[in-house]
Design a protein around this ligand. Structure first.
Ligand SMILES: *Cc1c(COP(=O)(O)O)cnc(C)c1O
Length: 421
């Protein structure tokens, strides 16, 4: 225990209740080990599994200490400012992304809100892919615009289009790769070079690949954003978000905003996600392997017109995806059912979705349970038909976020509807 009696801080000079010094982790641990071992050290009780700190306030030993702790990020005073369970998740996620630091938020969307509130002011400009998550488009295009932060949306895959959209006041490039639902891949290293050449930063939404498959900071990105709601939790239980980056960005730019604005992650959700990170690699690899098998099966199916999956050689950015994503296509694919005309395509897609008996008809991904979605009438339902056409989201498109069921049970379930077309 430290002189102040803080039972939890990994940064203090603490010892366990039995008088042993708290053990620092050895240097040079491999990612697999960091996923299980990194985080805040145990409390004075020596628990082996990370404890859950459901406490809104933390008792201070005296006024002098309280005054010091309120001024910095290290110790715990009030859970909007910092919480041990949240801190522990942040440390583990940062270690896995190869980042100096991370900061957790209530949802993936609030991580983007924090990103913009921290980095930008009225008059600044953003260049963003037009294929990013639907709420991300609405947040940049509509909500931030109200505060004078303008965004231009450009082709996901055309670096020249990103370059052409840059202005003197461009401060941020925002990318997501691969995208949902068409799995378009952008070149992170090329966008990082473009951003840095113009004095801007590159932020990458790494929700689909997670650090197991893709580490954007190693490719030159400045900030990684996560919807922890998806693969990081991985079992469809909680909402969560995070930003990862340099210590100076996290502490000096984002933390002051988060502690004031308050879109913090609940300690319970942080604890759930931190424990899930221990099995992330196993889940991502198994789900990606399953997805490749389903993609190959769909590509051979006579009722399927096209399959979108970066792991297939037929994908337009297959080579880039394999280089950037550890040789894996990830665990989300989309496919188009064969039909003549939009109305027939919608009926055929609904038939495939509705004949399933196993898959979940839901609007989520990254779950252990496979989820089937009709994007044109759900995630992209608010777009006009013209906007949907421009985005390539046709009525025959079906998205599949593959879970951990046996691959043959997944294809059997898809076959119930596909066989009728
Ligand atoms: C789900 C998702 C988000 C938003 O995350 P929430 O936790 O739902 O707010 C952002 N980006 C991507 C790629 C997502 O899939």
């Amino acid at each position: 225990m430290s002189a102040e009696g803080s039972p939890v801080s990994a940064h203090d000079d603490g010892a366990a209740a039995d008088g042993r010094e708290a053990r620092p982790l050895p240097a040079g641990l491999r990612p697999q080990t960091l996923a299980v071992r990194s985080g805040l050290g145990p409390s004075r009780h020596g628990e082996n599994s990370e404890a859950l700190f459901l406490s809104s306030a933390f008792v201070q030993p005296d006024s002098e200490t309280a005054a010091r702790r309120f001024a910095q990020m290290e110790d715990f005073t009030y859970s909007r400012t910092a919480n041990p369970s949240v801190r522990s998740l942040e440390m583990r996620l940062a270690a896995m992304e190869g980042a100096q630091a991370a900061i957790a938020t209530a949802t993936g969307m609030s991580a983007i809100l924090l990103l913009i509130m921290g980095l930008l002011k009225a008059g600044d400009h953003v260049v963003c892919s037009r294929s990013v998550f639907g709420s991300t488009i609405a947040l940049f295009g509509k909500e931030f615009a109200k505060f004078g932060v303008a965004t231009d949306f450009v082709s996901q895959t055309d670096v020249a289009a990103w370059r052409a959209a840059m202005r003197p006041e461009t401060r941020l490039l925002f990318a997501e790769t691969p995208t949902n639902p068409l799995t378009e891949v952008c070149d992170i290293a090329a966008l990082a070079e473009l951003a840095h050449g113009a004095g801007a930063l590159l932020a990458v939404d790494n929700t689909f690949c997670t650090p197991i498959l893709q580490r954007p900071l190693e490719l030159g990105a400045d900030i990684v954003m996560h919807a922890g709601t998806k693969f990081l939790d991985g079992q469809g239980r909680v909402m969560a978000g995070a930003l990862c980056g340099s210590t100076s960005l996290i502490r000096e730019v984002f933390w002051p905003v988060l502690r004031t604005a308050g879109m913090v992650l609940s300690p319970f959700n942080a604890w759930v996600v931190q424990k899930s990170l221990e099995t992330l690699a196993l889940r991502i690899r198994a789900q990606s392997e399953g997805t490749l098998a389903v993609a190959r099966w769909l590509e051979r199916h006579p009722a399927v017109e096209r399959v979108y999956y970066p792991g297939l050689p037929s994908h337009p950015q297959h080579a880039l995806a394999m280089a950037q994503q550890s040789g894996s296509g990830g665990a989300v694919l989309s496919f188009v059912v064969r039909a003549a005309g939009a109305e027939a395509a919608r009926r055929a897609a609904f038939q495939v979705v509705d004949r399933t008996q196993l898959l979940s008809i839901a609007a989520n991904l990254g779950d252990t349970k496979t989820i089937i979605t009709h994007p044109a009438t759900t995630s992209h339902g608010r777009l006009t038909e013209a906007q949907r056409q421009a985005a390539g989201i046709g009525q025959g498109l079906i998205r599949l976020a593959v879970g951990l069921e046996h691959v043959d049970d997944i294809t059997d379930d898809l076959q119930r509807g596909l066989a009728t077309l």
